[in-house]
Design a protein around this ligand. Structure first.
Ligand code: TEU
Ligand code: CA
Length: 621
């Protein structure tokens, strides 16, 4: 029985596992067991009983971009039967849910995020029957389907908007946001305020017939719905019920924190004096009625025990997010917050550059990990989605000889934290961005194109243009939308014809066929991560997160602790060797269960950590 040394304080957590005392530092109220011996009372506390266990915390999700996953009918565009044909591949990774980006009827100005009929499937992607097959295929394999719900806006081709535009007296006019023009000095009609659209230009579009502007945060073809109108909310809720009744298991709620805007629509502060329009997220990313609306959405989800994840860009304040995801409110199971993904976003725009350090990277991760565990919330873990460049290219380097090692390191960094883990198609193969030699013409996405056109229109200097191109090469949405690389045959086995976007040049070397059966592949590594999250569920899903050696500039190490179980995760963000002195208390017996170099034997006081090295060490209890 260890004696409590005087260096412990009453707020410390003392772990008596393995017969020795470890100090874990202050924590949120733990469960307490009094442990008495003849001469002293030891308080033993563990991070165990106060966790809330629930299925969606233990689940992992595979995220599919339908247009780029698998083409089944030879038109060069991915589709739902294509997804159905790859369900065994997805299942073999060991994931539990599949989230598909929108496949509803759409003119596809924004690749389906402009919905013209929420109850119909776009013929490019298939039919309702195909969705039913997808549901059957997933459910029979023990997986669930998550659909994307675009509730902030519709397409301008939606019947509601067509009617709203046709007449001011339309019953649908108030489904959207309309405002009178501001009148300029010479009588010209100006937009009602100076807000910048997320896809460049003003958020307002003038309608001559009614002499009013309508509001669109994204493309002009994506008018925002007026959530103040209870009928609009009812419509969205009915659509959600429609899909749940069809058998869908939950939703990813698109741009959900934008549904409540500051009703005064005030001008945004001028941050870029040279621009007519200004970044205005402070007036729409966390509007006054956001929580009322999300609570309503949450009620429906709870009725069906449906899965939910909300997309919440430009919202870095955990005290706002916790109002949505704390376990007692659970309006949404979890949200995507973008603080880590935005680490290289400059002050003005997604494409303004910003330098970042590994230290900042882990500090951001730590902020959300610790906050959620102290406040009974839950994180969504991700490094990629359909809106960003590939993580290995953005955060490390895809031309580096260590691309494979690097992709595995990032998988370790994100995959063993506390939260529900999301994997974006192709990330499991370590897929990379478009080659830098590809010109702007290869980019198809309106976010990229509008931004680039705006720069040309503004006649910016060549230097500014080069900087912008450098950022586009890192962050553009197009990178993640290149066709999936299935094998080394023509068109990478994605399609039988030239697909809608070019295939990345590296597909003969980097594809699923070469990786699936190779135990040293990135694919196999991701599979191990999902396996380990199941095998060590207590510690890897529910365990407490704690940074180790937090001030280290190169190594990001963290510990997960659950009762007497503990795991140590070590990742190096350095492309050269780092000598790392391990904190003494970690030198406990245990075993390496995952290593991206594949040959780590154990821990040493002085560890020589190789470039982008990563491993997981399970400490014996
Ligand atoms: O994205 C919402 C969003 O906030 C975007 O600004 C996102 O941050 C941006 O695309 C990053 O480059 C969602 C979808 O994920 C995106 O694909 C859609 O275009 C958008 O909503 C509009 O529906
Ligand atoms: Ca097709």
């Amino acid at each position: 029985m260890p004696i409590l040394p005087s260096l412990y304080h009453s707020s410390d957590v003392i772990d008596l596992c393995a017969g020795s005392a470890f100090k874990y530092g202050p924590t949120s109220p733990p469960s307490i067991a009094d442990f008495s011996s003849s001469s002293l009372t030891i308080v033993m506390v563990h991070w165990t009983d106060n966790v809330h266990r629930i299925w969606w915390k233990e689940a992992s999700i595979y995220h599919i971009y339908p247009a780029s996953f698998k083409d089944s009918n030879g038109d060069g565009i991915g589709d739902i039967p294509g997804i159905v044909s790859k369900l065994d591949y997805i299942k073999s990774l060991g994931v539990d849910l599949v989230w598909i980006c929108p496949c509803y009827k759409s003119p596809k100005v924004d690749m389906g995020y402009d919905v013209s009929d929420y109850r119909a499937i776009d013929e490019q992607y298939g039919t309702m029957k195909d969705v039913e097959h997808l549901l059957e295929g997933l459910h029979s394999r023990g997986m669930k389907l998550v659909m994307d719900m675009v509730a902030n806006h519709t397409s301008d081709q939606h019947e509601w908007f067509k009617s709203a535009l046709a007449s001011r007296d339309s019953p649908y006019r108030d489904y959207y946001i309309w405002k009178k023009p501001k009148v300029g000095e010479n009588g010209e009609k100006l937009p009602p305020n100076n807000w910048l659209s997320l896809f460049s230009g003003s958020v307002w579009k003038y309608d001559e017939k009614s002499d009013e502007f309508y509001f669109h945060l994204f493309a002009t073809e994506q008018p925002d719905l007026n959530w103040e109108n209870p009928k609009v909310r009812q419509e969205i809720y009915d659509i959600m019920r429609f899909w749940i009744t069809k058998g869908v298991d939950g939703f990813r709620m698109d741009a959900i924190n934008f549904i409540s805007k500051d009703p005064a629509f005030p001008d945004a502060p001028i941050t870029v004096p040279s621009s007519k329009y200004q970044h205005a997220a402070m007036f729409y990313s966390m509007g006054p009625r956001l929580h009322d609306y999300v609570a309503e959405i949450g009620k429906i989800l709870k009725e069906y025990n449906a899965f939910s994840v909300g997309e919440m860009a430009y919202l870095y304040d955990p005290t706002e997010i916790i109002k949505i995801v704390s376990f007692d409110r659970n309006e949404l199971n979890m949200v995507f917050q973008f603080e880590l993904i935005d680490i290289d976003r400059g002050p003005f725009h997604k494409y303004s550059p910003k330098k970042w350090t590994p230290r900042e990277f882990k500090d951001i991760a730590n902020k959300w990990q610790v906050f959620m565990q102290e406040n009974d919330g839950w994180n969504a873990l991700f490094l990629e989605n359909h809106d960003w460049g590939r993580s290995v290219s953005r955060f490390l380097s895809d031309t580096h000889e260590l691309r494979k090692i690097g992709a595995k390191m990032l998988a370790t960094f994100i995959g063993l934290q506390s939260g529900t883990l999301f994997l974006y198609q192709g990330q499991e193969l370590g897929l990379a961005n478009m080659p830098k030699s590809w010109s702007i013409e290869k980019y198809k996405d309106l976010e990229t194109i509008n931004y680039y056109k705006q720069l040309l229109h503004d006649k910016v200097s060549q230097e500014t243009l080069n900087t912008a191109m450098g950022e586009i090469q890192k962050k553009a949405r197009d990178h993640a939308r290149l066709p999936f690389q299935w094998d080394s045959s023509d068109f990478a086995g994605f399609s039988s014809i030239q697909p809608w976007m070019d295939i990345n040049e590296d597909y003969k070397e980097w594809n699923a066929a070469v990786q699936v059966d190779d135990p040293s592949s990135v694919f196999s590594y991701w599979r191990s991560i999902f396996d380990l999250r199941r095998t060590y569920k207590d510690v890897l899903v529910y365990g407490k997160f704690e940074l180790v050696d937090p001030t280290n500039e190169k190594i990001c190490a963290y510990r997960r602790v659950f009762g007497c179980e503990a795991a140590l995760v070590v990742t190096s963000f350095s492309d050269s060797v780092v000598t790392w002195t391990l904190p003494q208390e970690l030198l406990r017996p245990g075993k390496i269960v995952l290593s991206n170099y594949g040959d780590v034997k154990g821990l040493q006081t002085e560890m020589v950590v190789r470039p982008y090295e990563a491993f997981l060490y399970i400490l014996s209890s």
